[in-house]
Design a protein around this ligand. Structure first.
Ligand code: NAD
Length: 282
């Protein structure tokens, strides 16, 4: 089925790589006009050549208010309106134990992961209010649902993104603007290589290398792929989801469905009963 976004204009941040790139590709195939905001100019410019007239790249640092305003202005100037804002750009950011976190790193991480998403709302909503319609989608994470999935600052920002989708939905519903988040599990992208300071090309190769490991972390025994998240974003962007707002949809192959190890096996109940009975006075 094609054409599910026919006539719609979408902004996708972080669209030159991974999940964002998957979404750019899928949204274009479904008939949308797409503006990609990212920092990787060489990739964005190559995409503009490959995709042609329905695509536009706009250099954007999502942590900078003026850049996000310019991104929305660019989309509306070029394609005349804005139907979908996919706040997706991200990075792992600052790492470390609570007492060792560098506060400049904290500010930079929050700047991209939380402020960047907030700015997407701030500048997309005036245009969407004028149009009396729109869909805002943000990439949160399973790390915003549970502990132990990612570094602290990343995880807290992702919990914030998830909650922002919910609180914003109430304010925006009267304008027919929907607000939702997606919580991906382990997805094979270059984000992991970025954590080790790899350049983008090597990080892309590392994403492929990681697939066999990512296949082992959740019940569905394959790595999550950018297209898994792009398809969910497509659903939320399209008219198939016009009664869905304020939600966070988890797309994780069952990672958060339960503990990774069967607790009954860990308890080893059969042996425990035998041991217990053996030590009881007869
Ligand atoms: N890969 C996973 O396992 C996973 C899991 C949960 C959530 N996520 C989230 O998915 C989103 C996309 O990440 P990905 O996995 O596709 O990684 P990725 O590294 O492949 O893509 C991230 C993109 O964001 C861009 N970006 C980073 N900082 C930016 C900034 N300040 N301004 C504009 N663009 C910026 C990068 O240039 C890159 O193109 C992120 O928000 C990430 O936190 C990823």
């Amino acid at each position: 089925m094609a054409g599910r976004l026919e006539g719609k204009v979408a902004i996708i941040t972080g669209g030159t790589s991974g999940i964002g790139l998957g979404a750019v590709d899928l949204f274009l195939r479904e008939g949308a006009e797409v503006v990609c905001g990212d920092l990787q100019d060489h990739k964005g410019e190559a995409m503009a050549k490959a995709y042609g007239a329905g695509f536009s790249y706009c250099r954007t640092d999502v942590s900078q208010e003026a850049d996000v305003k310019a991104l929305v202005d660019h989309a509306v100037g070029k394609f005349g309106k804005l139907d979908v804002m996919f706040n997706n750009a991200g990075l792992v950011g600052v790492t470390g134990d609570l007492d060792a976190i560098d506060m400049n790193g904290f500010d930079e991480t929050v700047g991209v992961l939380l402020k960047g998403v907030f700015l997407g709302y701030k500048y997309a909503t005036p245009q969407m209010k004028k149009q009396k319609s729109g869909s805002i989608i943000s990439t949160a994470s399973v790390a915003g649902l549970q502990a132990g999935m990612a570094p602290h600052v990343y995880s807290v920002c992702k919990a914030g993104v998830r909650h922002l989708a919910r609180v914003a939905s109430v304010e925006l519903a009267p304008y027919n603007i929907r607000s939702n988040a997606i919580c991906p599990g382990g997805i094979s992208t270059s984000i992991f290589g970025g954590l080790a300071g790899m350049g983008t090309q090597v990080a892309d190769q590392f994403a492929v290398f990681l697939k066999s490991r990512l296949a082992k972390i959740q019940p569905i025994a394959r790595a999550g792929l950018p297209n898994d998240i792009a398809e969910t974003a497509l659903f939320l962007a399209s008219d198939a989801s016009t009664f869905i707002t304020g939600q966070a949809i988890t797309v994780d192959g069952g990672l958060t469905a339960g503990p990774p190890t069967n607790l009954m096996q860990l308890l080893d109940l059969e042996n425990a009963i035998a041991e217990f009975q053996a030590q009881m006075p007869s």
